[in-house]
Design a protein around this ligand. Structure first.
Ligand SMILES: [Ca+2]
Ligand SMILES: [Ca+2]
Length: 92
């Protein structure tokens, strides 16, 4: 239940920043890492959910998911989720 709440909060923040146009501004470093976290060939809500469940984690943390660290800065943050949102719907 707590993960569901966290996912909703993170998703709301991402949608808000994307809608007001700041999503691109906080992505000061472009990433070449795939935003298709679960490697199923499409960037969708499953990938957002995976990143949301790892949100705030870092290497060694219980919820750490290295694949969700899109910008490879050692943390899963809003920047990583914004990368996924910007690629949302992309078929890889
Ligand atoms: Ca995917
Ligand atoms: Ca990161």
């Amino acid at each position: 239940m707590q993960n569901k709440k966290r996912s909703l909060v993170v998703l709301s923040l991402v949608l808000l920043t994307t809608l007001i146009g700041t999503g691109g501004l906080i992505l000061n470093v472009m990433s070449t890492k795939s935003t298709d976290i679960n490697a199923d060939g499409v960037v969708d809500m499953k990938d957002v959910a995976l990143a949301a469940s790892a949100f705030g984690s870092f290497s060694g943390h219980a919820r750490w998911n290295r694949e969700a660290d899109i910008n490879e800065d050692g943390r899963v943050s809003l920047k990583d989720i914004c990368h996924i949102i910007l690629d949302f719907g992309l078929v890889i």
